[in-house]
Design a protein around this ligand. Sequence first.
Ligand SMILES: [Zn+2]
Length: 320
Amino acid sequence: MRWLLTIMTVPVAAWLLTQTAEPVLRLALVTLVLELVVAAVALRSPDRQRSASVVAVLTVAAVALTGSWIGANSAEVTWFGSQVGHVGRDRREVALTFDDGPNVSATLAIARILEAHHTKGTFFSVGKAVNRRPDITRALAADGHLIGNHSYHHDSTHWLDPRYLELGKAQRAIGDRVGVCPAFFRAPHGQHTPFMAAVVRHHHMVMVGWDVSSSDWSSHDAAALARRILARSRGGSIIDLHDGLDGKRTVDRTVLLGALPLILDGLEARGLRPVRLDVLLRRPGYVAGCTARRRVQTRAAANGMAPRSMAASVRLVRDR
Ligand SMILES: [Zn+2]
């Protein structure tokens, strides 16, 4: 039985090698494959069975842990929780997505750059920041940009909570303050679990990752950042950029403001048209209600507006 488990783990570890580009993880998996083979051979030898059993059990556990880590931390894999990383490569459209805002200095400046290029973006907003500066997110929504849910606190621990209350809390913040109920959720740092995916489904939402990212939060060279993003962008790409950082509202995003016009010009030169995520995914960008249970009750709800926030959203539109 132990021998069978050990030998069956070899193809699993080999398959995991295809699921990550991280050199450290790939090296670890190659080492684990070799260990599994050695343990399997040793398990066939009567005088080495005891020590081989210990090695085999520990190695199988290490493969399981490595697999869970890869599944949870990759923005593209779907076997650890359903999410979209890109659409068909035959499409000539991409989606520009901006995480971690609203940001006092950058978010509306980014929106202005997008509008100057006659396009709209998708802003995965952090609930706590929306609560502090709802006017910024309201202005985005009123100008036709799409609002997504990017958790309430954007911290490093809540993703491990199987209940994942962060999703509902952020939905309520965005619904109450902005008057829309996002259909798309992006996990902070891309870290997700099957439990989180179930909560997303329960809210009738879709988890969205990305296939193009270039650490724009730590870059200082706008031209180099634009080159890296363009080099990785293909038809159907979901491009991950940051108008904020972890929901902090005052971080300096000058580098992105410099890179974005270059990215937009480069995409156009490649014949790739930036569109909102709902256009790229061909599904509604807002759901009927901001809680898990509430389905369509009114025409406003059917349009993705939180019923109790209707007056604010109507007022916003009228003010424009
Ligand atoms: Zn984020």
